[in-house]
Design a protein around this ligand. Structure first.
Ligand SMILES: [Zn+2]
Length: 353
């Protein structure tokens, strides 16, 4: 037996997650408990500044921190460079990303590159990047995903998040529901290609996606509890990635389809909206219960047709037939992908077109 066991792996998680009503009030205490040394740099945007950036900054000032604020636009490498310069010029000891995905991604990558602690303060929940160790930055050919750090802390205030446009929350549900096909793809890759598989990560990712599908009827705009029902699955999706050490439990063929759409028809729809539609399509391809997924997305108010995400039949088919080339990740799309005929039939059968 000696020497037969060689497996080893590391897992990184956030140290604390505060979620729920008025969670933002706990931010200064969290920073103090982590013994973070100021100044603090709040990375936010013009809108999110009003929604939560100002409150976060004021509460840190009250707690005795020097605070600097930087407002940025979209998540680009330029924005990352601007934030890094600001960190160095202000000698900031830690960063807070206050906003939707882009502010968090930029702050996360800048913090990683400068080896500073990072706190994630989402003002919306449109995707599962809030707790993930990855940062999605806009490049010339669509978004590029970078390795970054897992946030040290996450503060998800449901009274803030419920005020974000409903479309964002509905998209977040799509991104979590995507775990259902991602896990099936991962199981397939484990069986066919011997890819390393984590049952605990897969079970967790699948469980939270099922929770969203099961509670679709109670996810409604205006109800703060809806933000609660969906924020937990989003946070746990991030945890499943930490356990797996890969995005496999939350990203499969449906994400490759969404990335293909980003290239073919950039800016038409939100990441989570595209992933939701991808989940309907490829759940059908896996022979699973796609009707239930479609129904849940419909009830939540997420798009379920190509028309609703402003893409033509041709663009849809192109994304479906090229999705397998997006990255070297084995999925139900196989090595050569779908033929145009098969893709069209699948899209029609699932009422996407
Ligand atoms: Zn996603």
């Amino acid at each position: 037996m000696e020497g037969s066991f060689t497996k080893a792996k590391g897992m990184e998680f956030p140290r604390r997650i505060l979620a729920g009503h008025d969670a933002l009030e706990g931010l200064p205490q969290m920073c103090q408990d982590f013994q973070l040394e100021g100044p603090a740099l709040v990375v936010t945007g013009p809108t999110t500044m009003q929604v939560a950036g100002r409150t976060a900054a004021d509460s840190l000032v009250e707690a005795g921190y020097d605070v600097h604020i930087i407002e940025i636009g979209p998540a680009t490498m330029d924005a990352v460079a601007t934030v890094k310069t600001a960190v160095l010029e202000t000698s900031s000891g830690f960063l807070l990303g206050v906003g939707g995905g882009s502010k968090i991604d930029v702050a996360k990558l800048a913090a990683c590159e400068l080896a500073r602690p990072f706190i994630s303060v989402p003002t919306s929940a449109a995707h599962d990047g809030i707790t993930s160790p990855r940062a999605s930055i806009k490049g010339e050919e669509g978004n590029i995903s970078f390795d970054a750090v897992v946030p040290m802390g996450v503060v998800a205030d449901t009274s803030v998040i419920i005020k974000s446009p409903w479309r964002l929350l509905a998209a977040g549900c799509g991104d979590v529901i995507a775990n259902l096909t991602a896990v099936l793809d991962w199981e397939l890759a484990a069986r066919l290609k011997g890819e390393e598989f984590s049952t605990s990560a897969a079970t967790l990712a699948k469980m939270v996606a099922t929770q969203i599908v099961d509670s679709a009827d109670s996810i409604k705009p205006t109800l703060e509890e809806s933000a609660w029902i969906m924020i937990k699955p989003i946070l746990v999706s991030g945890v499943s990635m930490s356990i797996a050490g890969t995005s496999r439990p939350t990203s499969g063929s449906e994400h490759m389809f969404s990335h293909a759409l980003d290239r073919i028809a950039p800016g038409r729809a939100l990441h989570g909206e595209q992933c939701g539609i991808g989940t309907i399509l490829f759940m059908a391809l896996h022979g699973g219960d796609w009707q239930r997924i479609r129904h849940a997305l419909e009830v939540i108010g997420a798009p379920t047709t190509a028309k609703q995400i402003n893409i033509t039949k041709e663009e849809l088919i192109k994304a479906m037939t090229t999705a397998h080339k997006i990255r070297d990740r084995y999925t139900i799309l196989g090595e050569s992908g779908l033929t145009a005929e098969a893709a069209e039939r699948l899209a029609k059968n699932t009422k996407i077109i």
